[in-house]
Ligand binder design. Structure first.
Ligand code: UDP
Ligand code: MG
Length: 334
């Protein structure tokens, strides 16, 4: 049975919720969406309340009786959008997933367009708020963030952090999110070998409530980027990073020390009174330290990693046990 799980992370969005849920239901019942899936088709809408204090919870609870597809996960306190999405991904039962912001800024009727693109053979289709309806204080830092991320990752999408995205469940099951890493979901997905693309979507100005993100949040975002870089690129091969840096530092230190030593032997220059000697020594020690950190990392990752260093697209003729052993029994798709 084809099924779609819509995940809505929300923090203090009381006024928007009833309208959003109405629109989502209309969007789910649209023929254009239904024709994308073979019958029977089912959907669920998972509202993840990320510690709202404005009664968003009660609003959803009030709607659940008349809406059997509606689910609610309420956090004990505010854990952040990444955690909310993560909980939604874990709870989702659909083979297709969709995330959408709760503030009505994303258009629920764009879901079908994104899904249609997904069906062309993508694993993740991200919305692109081409004409973003937000104040300059948001759009400007966001442009900067997107440009930097594009530059560093080589991934050519324009809007990494769009709330509206559709996924195959293979992708969301593999994502391990923490910090504020939801901004880097396309990066992680691409680096795991999934096929990603983007599609322009309409964007609306915020009608109710206030934004939960000020531009002050962009510095922590940088650290998240470094984490993402490490987790996706180097977690399984720390030596590639530490070994390189260590080797570079060691060689430079060695060259400096050699130069000072040769000066002493051949030209009888005194070794004392040569500040550069300290740099040489520093680089030598640093090099050894970086190198051994890399070795330790290798040892840790070898003993800790079980199967998640790859992403399986397809298997044939495996027993259930074999498939489970490679950690992707049901993630196999033809
Ligand atoms: N959100 C959340 N937890 C948070 C912050 C935000 O679940 O800690 C939700 C928020 O309710 C909204 C979405 O994440 O549904 C995007 O947040 P917002 O609209 O404030 O961001 P903006 O569109 O201004 O970038
Ligand atoms: Mg918003």
């Amino acid at each position: 049975m084809a099924s779609l799980s819509v995940i809505v992370p929300l923090l203090n969005e009381r006024e928007s919720i009833p309208e959003l849920i109405d629109q989502l239901y209309l969007a789910m019942e649209e023929p254009e969406l239904r024709t994308l899936f073979p019958d029977p088709f089912s959907f669920e809408i998972i509202m993840v309340d990320d510690g709202s204090t404005d009664g968003s919870n009660r609003v959803i609870e009030g709607l659940i009786d008349s809406r059997p597809e509606l689910r609610l996960i309420s956090f004990q306190r505010n854990f952040g959008k990444t955690a909310a999405l993560s909980a939604g991904f874990m709870a989702a039962t659909g083979e297709y997933l969709c995330t959408i912001d709760a503030d009505l800024q994303d258009d629920p009727f764009a879901i079908k367009t994104l899904l249609k693109k997904l069906m062309e053979g993508y694993d993740l289709v991200s919305g692109w708020k081409q004409n973003r309806k937000d104040p300059l204080s948001k759009t400007l830092p966001s442009k900067l963030f997107n440009t930097v991320t594009r530059l560093f990752t080589g991934i050519t999408i324009h809007d990494f952090n769009c709330g509206l995205k559709v996924y195959r469940s293979e992708v969301t099951r593999r994502l391990e999110l923490h910090g504020d890493m939801h901004r880097y979901i396309p990066v992680m997905a691409e680096w795991m070998g999934f096929k990603i693309t983007e599609l322009p979507v309409a964007h609306r100005a915020r009608q109710f409530g206030t934004t939960k993100y000020s531009s002050a949040r962009f510095l922590p975002g940088l650290f998240d980027f470094l984490s993402v870089l490490f987790i996706t690129r180097y977690l399984r091969r720390p030596m590639h990073f530490f070994g390189m840096a260590g080797l570079g530092s060691f060689l430079l230190g060695f060259a400096i020390s050699l130069y000072v030593t040769l000066d002493k032997i051949l030209l009888h220059k005194p070794v004392s009174n040569r500040p550069i000697l300290f740099l040489g020594i520093l680089l030598l020690i640093l090099g050894v330290q970086l190198f051994s950190t890399g070795l330790l990392g290798e040892m840790l990752s070898t003993s800790a990693s079980k199967g998640s260093s790859f992403t399986v697209r397809k298997t044939m003729n495996l027993t259930t046990g074999q498939a489970a052993a490679i950690g992707g029994a049901d993630s196999v798709r033809g």
